[in-house]
Every structure is written in structure tokens, then in C-alpha cells.
Design a protein around this ligand. Structure first.
Ligand SMILES: Cc1cc2nc3c(=O)[nH]c(=O)nc-3n(C[C@H](O)[C@H](O)[C@H](O)COP(=O)(O)OP(=O)(O)OC[C@H]3O[C@@H](n4cnc5c(N)ncnc54)[C@H](O)[C@@H]3O)c2cc1C
Length: 685
């Protein structure tokens, strides 16, 4: 609607030095920039190659060099010009806002100080979860772009997700993010590479806005407001002295936002008390076909693992400690093993499978909610307004929702004024934007903080974290907080998830997006009708894994001198453990036929046949001639070797069979355990 007016004269960004001489105006080319030396002139393609472009300086230089022959004030006062929106920051929020406004015919200029995210360089570029609520908003903004983003992602919402005990790996609470999406006709949650996401967004920004839509390597330092003929105007002041005018300025410049500092006042982000290690490994967990992501809970530490597609998993390890800690060079994995070494093998194997150089560490910050995101012609969006802890995977999703909401309000306001920005009350509109977003973002911000609290105050057994009373944990009495938490979460989780994922749906225009969930989104690992069964039955979920069960020696002290510790054995029906040389796991100083494995309907049991030397399952001696069901993560010890030499029951995805089993020692070094299979059959269905 507004595009025709907008493009009549091409892009017409006007620039002026940010100084007392700012009144002096500068002629720009009809293409809208100051000539070839202006990086806004540079295509996205060449931006990728260029690392040293300094838009601000060259704009300032060009501004000084150009004669003052063009009157910015008269262009501003032109009643037929399009609305111009300045966006500080071309991160997730800024780019989505840019695309959605451009599609509505609004003129947009994005300023990005650091193009490495779009180029794919630099640190912290791992995948992020884009959940149903944000995918639905992206669909409403641009269906083709949303399709491309979804195709680049790995669907995780089509499987069981949830919280497990960090040590045992047993389910605590499961999440069904599939049902809310299907019930409300939204796309299913995905994990998408941050680089792929930003590249797609930038591509669409360039498609709709032209090559100069993102001013690269350009830092917004501050803003100024003035008036022309009684009509307000905003200026973005750039590093190097240049400034750009617009009708409004949106600060999408992230958690350390300069726009926010000026709008809200100085104040640093708050340290969450957690440092976070992260990595991606060429590794998949045994039940990858049925489980999308898991959060492993513990006391002052938690760990998140997620399928990211392509045979890789991403993980985040959170540990409560002071900020600014550093690990000695090459020792991050060793540190992680100190913290998480006693946790379930789904944690330790994933860390072990990650190359040391790929482990990144950073401290987690957020911002306490503020109740001022907008003033005059300036507003905040995304992390600059409501930076939250990453525990719900909703920070970026909220930025996307913000962008949709703001675009809707701008379009409504323009439509009400026949597309004439000079007649619009943008100050009032930006306040409405704040009013519409504050409740939802604040609740989700609070939930993200609560999730960190719940994940790291979790205690499986009475005695945990009680210092001298720690020995009580051996009694394995479930912690009352754990029991109450499980009941409370079981009752509230469906409606909470329904609100987080579907709570913004009524704000999306029904005409803008398909109201259905794609057929391709249906679970690939199992039949959708089995969702309720897997939600209710942990054992059924375990049995559904396409996995080999193995018994692996624990390499905590790096002691591989014992012959039996050199390999892991596959657990199959009638696998034998004994001192007899024909035993599958042959050890000295135990009974001839010490123990054996039984498998019934995909469930694994250990049968203790030894009368004197004993078998220990998770630290408890089994009565002889009894059998006990096994679970991944169970620790076994046989005969006099207990407790020195322990074995761990592990599951290994069938695709990993040839790769062997990566295990990790306490010092962080890793060791690939060959697995002995008696035949080529898979151990389970
Ligand atoms: C470990 C971790 C995991 C996360 N996982 C998820 C997840 O799974 N799902 C999810 O939705 N969210 C996740 N988040 C949160 C998510 O990354 C942020 O909420 C999201 O990036 C916010 O988008 P934004 O556009 O507001 O800010 P950003 O993405 O930070 O973008 C801000 C941009 O502004 C630029 N900039 C900064 N200052 C200036 C300036 N003065 N001038 C010009 N440009 C400037 C920056 O270079 C940057 O490109 C995670 C966060 C962390 C830390």
C-alpha cells in the first residue's frame, strides 16, 4: 500500500554529521546513499567478504565532502513520503521487524555494528529453538520466508521432551509441545542454526528493501529528537559522527543496548549466577527418534541436550558460580567432567564426543523487567527490552512476536491516516505497543528465571546438598520437594505450555497464515497416536528406542590396565558375566557363572546367579538368584571388584554402532570403547 509512494524516488536515506553543524544538509544520490564509498551501497554478498567496512566514518566523511544542496527538512515535511523506521541492530528481532515492515511498504534502515552473525563467523552461533509461537508469527509475516526457516531446522516438537534426573536419567516431567501446536494449528517447534536463521532473515530484508537496507559495521550510539514545522522527527546518531533521520527508532540492539541506556537510564544486565558451557557433537543419544530434548536437573547445575539434526546434538551445561571464571587452555572438558562426571552417561558421553576446541563458555545475563520501553519516537524490542535467561528458549521467540505486534500497530496507524506518517501519533502508538507486549514478555521472563531456579534446586533424594547429612542420600528417599514439584508441574504444564506456545495466536491475523499444522510435521519416530502412551509410560518410551544396550566399564580414574576394562559388551539375551573363559564379560575373582542378562519384550534384566561374591546394582547388593530390571545409567559391580571397578549400563543409538562408544575419564580425556557384539543383530527392536 505504501510502497508505491516509497519507491517513487528510490531509497532516500539522508545523512548529516551529528554535531552543531547538523543543520547543514547533504545531497544524496537518487539511489539513496552517498556513493560507492558508502557501505550502505555494498551488497550483502560483498558485506560477507568485507570485514573492515566502517559505514559511520565513510558517511561522515562523505557528508563533509558533499555540498549542502539538499534540504532534509523539506523531504521530511513532504506529506506524501513513506514512513521511515530506523532499527538499531540486525539481530533476530531487528531483522524480523525489518522484513515485516518492508513488506507493508514502510521504508526501513537497519544499522548493524557487527555482521559476523550473518556471515557465520565468530562465537556463540549455535542453533536455537524457534518455537511454535514464533514460527506462527513468522508465517504471518512472510509465508515463504517462514517455510525456508522451517526447512533449515530440525523438528524437535514432534517428540517427547522434558526434564530428567541428572544422575539417573529417569524422567521427572515430560512436555508435550506437539499437542498445543496441532490443536491450535501452529507449526511444530524446531531447532534452527542461528547463522542459517539470520542469513535467511537478511536475505529477505535485502529482497524487500534492497542491498543497502542493512548498514554494516555501523554502530548506533544515541538518538536525538527534533521537530520540523511542529512535527516530531528522530535522529539515530552513529559512531563516527553521522546521523540518520526517521519517523521512529527501534532499539533492537540486544542485551547491552545503547538505545535502552538512553531511554531507561544506565544500568548493567544482571548476572544470573550461572556460567554456561556449550558445544555441538557428532553424536546422537540412543532415543533420538523418540526424544527431542532433555533438561537434566541437579543441585546448582543443570544440563540441556537437544537434537539439532544431521546426526548432531547440541548441549548447554549450566553451573552456579561467580562471573568471569576462565578455564586453563584446553581444559574445559576436564572442568565439565569435574562438575558433571558423576551424571548420567547421556550427559558425559555427549561432552566426551565434543571436540575440546568446540566447547564455548560464557556467563548468562538477563535484565530485570522494566516498565518503560517507549518514549517519544523511540521504543525497545527483543533483548534490549526484556533480555531473559535462555531456559525456556523463548528470548528470540519473544523478539519475533514483538516485531509482528509492532508492525501490526504501525500498519494500522498508517492506514488510519491514509498512509501519511506526518499525521500519525507515533508516540501514542509506541506506548500501545509496550502495553500490548509487557504482560506476556514479563510472565515469560519470570518463567525463564523460575526454570533456572527449579532446574538447579532440584534434589532427587533427601540429604542432597546437606553437607554432613549427605550420607542420607544412600537411603534413596525421594526428596519431598521433588515429589511435590512433579505433581505441581504435571498438573500445570499442559496449560502453561498451551499459553507459552499459543498465547499470542489471537494477535496474529487469521488471513495472514495457514491455520493448520503441516502433515510433514507429524512425528517421524513414532505414530502420533502413541504420544499419550509415551507421555504416560516411561518404560514404553525406553523400549521404543532403536538402540543397542551395552555394559561399559567406567573410566573415571583413567585406569585401563585391567583387561576387562578395555571394552564394552553388548547386552543381549543370555549375555553372561563370569570367570569362565567363555563368558561374554570375563573377569577373575568372581563366580564361574556369576550373572546373566535376560531380555523380555525389549525389557532388560540382570539375573544374579552368584551365591557368595555378590553383585551390586546402584550401590545395593542384589539378593542371589533374583533378577532386577536394568535402565540406562545403572551402575553395576561384580564380586570382590566392588566398588573399585564399576560398569555402567548404556544405550547407544543403532546408527552409532560402528563408531564404538565414546567414554570420558575424569581428566576430560576421552576414550573410544570398542563394543563387543556377538552377532550383527541389533540388541533391541
Ligand atoms: C545460551 C543461549 C541460548 C539461547 N537459546 C535460545 C533459544 O533456543 N530460543 C530463543 O528464542 N532464544 C534463545 N536465546 C535468546 C536469544 O538469543 C535472544 O533472546 C535473541 O537473540 C534476542 O534477539 P535480539 O534481536 O533482541 O538481540 P540480538 O540477537 O542480541 O541482536 C542484537 C543485534 O544488535 C547489534 N547491536 C548491538 N549494539 C548495537 C549498536 N549500538 N548499533 C548497532 N547494532 C548493535 C548486535 O551486534 C546484534 O546483532 C538464547 C540465549 C542464550 C544466551
Amino acid at each position: 500500500m505504501f510502497r508505491g509512494m516509497n519507491r517513487a524516488g528510490g531509497r532516500s536515506q539522508k545523512n548529516a554529521p551529528c554535531s552543531a553543524a547538523a543543520a547543514q544538509t547533504n545531497k544524496v544520490t537518487s539511489a539513496g546513499c552517498l556513493g560507492p564509498q558508502c557501505p550502505a551501497h555494498t551488497s550483502l554478498q560483498s558485506l560477507r567478504a568485507s570485514t573492515s567496512t566502517n559505514f559511520a566514518r565513510s558517511v561522515a566523511a562523505a557528508a563533509v565532502a558533499s555540498p549542502a544542496a539538499f534540504n532534509i527538512d523539506s523531504e521530511y515535511a513532504n506529506p506524501d513520503r513513506p514512513m521511515k523506521v530506523l532499527i538499531a541492530g540486525a539481530g533476530i528481532g531487528g531483522l524480523v521487524l525489518g522484513v515485516s515492515l518492508l513488506k507493508k511498504g514502510v521504508d526501513v534502515q537497519l544499522f548493524e555494528r557487527d555482521m559476523t552473525a550473518i556471515r557465520g563467523e565468530g562465537k556463540y552461533r549455535g542453533p536455537i529453538q524457534i518455537q511454535s509461537n514464533a514460527l506462527a508469527a513468522l508465517e504471518a509475516i512472510d509465508a515463504e520466508m517462514a517455510e525456508e526457516i522451517m526447512a533449515a531446522g530440525c523438528v524437535t516438537g514432534d517428540r517427547i521432551n522434558g526434564l530428567v534426573d541428572g544422575v539417573s536419567g529417569k524422567w521427572y516431567v515430560k512436555f508435550d509441545t506437539y499437542k498445543p501446536a496441532v490443536d491450535q494449528g501452529m507449526p511444530i517447534t524446531r531447532v534452527v542454526s542461528r547463522v542459517a536463521l539470520q542469513r535467511i532473515l537478511a536475505k529477505y530484508a535485502v529482497k524487500y528493501g534492497g542491498e543497502d537496507v542493512i548498514a554494516a559495521d555501523t554502530k548506533v550510539l544515541s538518538y536525538e529528537e527534533d521537530q520540523v514545522n511542529g512535527k516530531g522527527r528522530i535522529w539515530a546518531c552513529l559512531e563516527g559522527g553521522a546521523r540518520h533521520w526517521g519517523d521512529i527508532l527501534i532499539g533492537a540492539d540486544g542485551i547491552w543496548s545503547k538505545t535502552r541506556t538512553q531511554l531507561v537510564g544506565p544500568g548493567k544486565p544482571s548476572y544470573s549466577n550461572y556460567t554456561c558451557y556449550t558445544g555441538i557433537a557428532d553424536y546422537v543419544c540412543a532415543d533420538i527418534d523418540t526424544v527431542g530434548y532433555r533438561v537434566f536437573l541437579g543441585n546448582k547445575q543443570y544440563f540441556v541436550s537437544s537434537d539439532v539434526g544431521g546426526g548432531k546434538m547440541q548441549w548447554y551445561a549450566f553451573h552456579k558460580e561467580a562471573a568471569d571464571g576462565k578455564d586453563p587452555e584446553g581444559k574445559s572438558k576436564a572442568r565439565l567432567m569435574e562438575i558433571f562426571g558423576h551424571w548420567n552417561h547421556m550427559v558425559t558421553d555427549l561432552v566426551a564426543a565434543t571436540p575440546e576446541d568446540d566447547v564455548l563458555r560464557r556467563d548468562i545475563y538477563d535484565r530485570p523487567p522494566v516498565f518503560k520501553w517507549a518514549q517519544g519516537r523511540v521504543a525497545l524490542l527483543g533483548d534490549s527490552a526484556h533480555a531473559m535467561q535462555p531456559n525456556l528458549g523463548q528470548g528470540g521467540c519473544m523478539a519475533i512476536e514483538d516485531a509482528y505486534e509492532l508492525t501490526s500497530l504501525i500498519t494500522e496507524r498508517l492506514a488510519a491516516n491514509e498512509g501519511k506518517p506526518l499525521d500519525c501519533n507515533f508516540e501514542d502508538m509506541l506506548k500501545t505497543y509496550y502495553n500490548k507486549r509487557i504482560f506476556r514478555t514479563s510472565v515469560i521472563h519470570g518463567m525463564a528465571g523460575m526454570a533456572a531456579f527449579a532446574a538447579s534446586t532440584y534434589k532427587a533424594f533427601l540429604g542432597e546438598g546437606l553437607g554432613p547429612l549427605e550420607a542420607m542420600t544412600k537411603l534413596q528417599i525421594h526428596h519431598p520437594g521433588r515429589v511435590a514439584g512433579k505433581v505441581a508441574m504435571g498438573l500445570t504444564m499442559p496449560s502453561v505450555l498451551g499459553w507459552v506456545l499459543g498465547g499470542n495466536l489471537s494477535n496474529l491475523k487469521v488471513t495472514d497464515r495457514p491455520q493448520y499444522c503441516r502433515l510433514s510435521d507429524k512425528p517421524q519416530g513414532f505414530d502420533a497416536k502413541d504420544f499419550p502412551m509415551f507421555m504416560a509410560d516411561d518404560e514404553a518410551l525406553l523400549r521404543a528406542a532403536r538402540a543397542d544396550w551395552v555394559l561399559a566399564p567406567m573410566l573415571q580414574d583413567g585406569d585401563l590396565s585391567r583387561a576387562c576394562a578395555e571394552k564394552a559388551i553388548a547386552l543381549e539375551a543370555n549375555t553372561t558375566i563370569g570367570s569362565h573363559t567363555s563368558s561374554d564379560l570375563h573377569m577373575e575373582e568372581i563366580s564361574n557363572s556369576h550373572a546373566r542378562i535376560e531380555v523380555e519384550d525389549g525389557t532388560y534384566y540382570l539375573v544374579d546367579d552368584a551365591e557368595s561374591t555378590g553383585t551390586w546394582l546402584n550401590g545395593r547388593r542384589m539378593s542371589s538368584d533374583t533378577r532386577a530390571q536394568l535402565h540406562p545409567g545403572d551402575k553395576l559391580a561384580f564380586g570382590h571388584h566392588s566398588p573399585d571397578l564399576k560398569f555402567e549400563v548404556k544405550m547407544m543409538h543403532s546408527s552409532q554402532r560402528d563408531a564404538g562408544l565414546v567414554s570420558s575419564r575424569r581428566d576430560g580425556s576421552e576414550y573410544r570403547l570398542p563394543v563387543s557384539f556377538r552377532d550383527s543383530r541389533l540388541a533391541t527392536v
